[in-house]
Structure formats: C-alpha cells, structure tokens
Ligand binder design. Structure first.
Ligand code: GAR
Length: 204
C-alpha cells in the first residue's frame, strides 16, 4: 500500500510510520510527505529518510482551488491509497476529502469524542485534559470526514494520567502510544484490503 503522510511540525509519527514500512512491519511504502510548514522538523526527517516531500501552504499557492488540485494530482501521481494526517494542523478541504473519501485517517491526541473539534489540537488538548482533572487521557485514530474529528473511530488507546503530569509530559506519552497505535491501525487497514481482494478473486 502506498501511503502519503501530512504533517505540520515535529513529524515523529511520520518517522515511525516510515520506519515501520522500511523494516517490513507495515507492508507498505511512504510515497510522500506533505507539509504546510517549510521549517518543519517533518521535512527535515523526510530528507534524512529519503522520502519525497512537498511543502504547500497559502504562501506557496494562495489560491485554494489550485492548492487542492496540486495536492490531489500529487496523491494520484504517486498512486497513494491511504492518506495519514499525523500532526497536520490544517483542515483538509472538502474537495480533497470527497476525492479520497474513506482513505484518509487522522491521529488525534485524546479519547474522542472528548477533547476534539475545532481549536482542539496538540498541546491545547493536553492542557484542557489536565485543567479538567481527568484521570485518563488517550489517543484516537479515526477516518476523516468534513466534520472536525467526527469520522468513524478505528482505534483508541487510553493513557493513565499520573501525579504532577504536565501538558509536555502528557504530549510525550501520547506520542509514544500514537506511534504504536498508528502502525497497528495501518496494518489492520492493509489486512482488510487484502482479505477483500482475496474474497473478490474467489467469487469472480
Ligand atoms: C500528535 O500528538 C498528534 O496526535 C497531534 O499532533 C501531534 C503530532 O506529533 N495531532 C493533532 O492534535 C491533530 N488534531 P508528531 O508531529 O510528533 O507526529
């Protein structure tokens, strides 16, 4: 399976996915990294990992329609069958969601539907969780639709909150859990696709 990853900043999930593909744990290949941030660590990681990348943002292409066309054409050119939003802090436009419907997944650092929606991302999530004195937090991988963080949940894992937890320590724990969960979820998607292909072959 050919995978495109979108990331805005650090890119540790992008790296975890890429390494799992390179080691053969995921039977797939990261074909492309797309980032809206030229200075992101994600782009630096793509260079080190020899993954093709594209920096595209309002600054590079102010016209939204042209921007979407460029992203869609690139995903098509690279035959990407799965798009993973891994710390991508921009909402995907409905035209991209429509054309890749059902093939876009997002990693979110909370137990959705809690602490999701517009404005809930990155450290903001962890701050809010701690402000509300929650005992557990977690991470979610879900399908992307046009409603922020509302697509079908594919997998979740809880994270216990310890005494003296800070937004930073919680973010670090979340990242570690996410690396494991996103790899597991991608493997499940690939297995499901292969099962379906086998079934279709048999019933032909
Ligand atoms: C991850 O914790 C991810 O869940 C979060 O950004 C972080 C990116 O880490 N995404 C969101 O908040 C999206 N709503 P990374 O850049 O090290 O992979």
């Amino acid at each position: 399976m050919r995978i495109a990853v979108f990331a805005s900043h650090n890119g540790s999930n992008f790296q975890a996915i890429t390494e799992a593909c390179k080691s053969g744990e995921i039977k797939g290949e990261v074909a492309l990294l797309i980032s809206n941030n030229k200075k992101s660590q994600a782009i630096a990681r793509a260079k080190n990992l020899h993954i093709q990348f594209l920096h595209i943002s309002e600054n590079v292409e102010p016209n939204e329609q042209l921007r979407d066309t460029k992203i869609s054409s690139l995903l098509n050119e690279h035959n990407c069958e799965l798009v993973v939003l891994a710390g991508y802090m921009k909402k995907l436009s409905s035209s991209i969601i429509d054309s890749f419907g059902g093939k876009i997944i997002n990693i979110h650092p909370s137990l959705l539907p809690k602490y999701g929606g517009k404005g809930m991302y990155g450290s903001k999530v962890h701050k809010e969780v701690l402000k509300n004195k929650e005992y557990v937090s977690g991470v979610t991988v879900h399908l992307v639709n046009s409603d922020y963080d509302k697509g079908k949940i594919l997998s979740q894992q809880t994270i216990p909150i310890t005494e003296n937890e800070t937004p930073e320590s919680l973010a670090e724990k979340a990242r570690r859990v996410e690396h494991h969960l996103i790899i597991k979820t991608i493997k499940e998607i690939i297995e499901k696709k292969n099962r379906l292909a086998r079934y279709e072959k048999k019933t032909k």
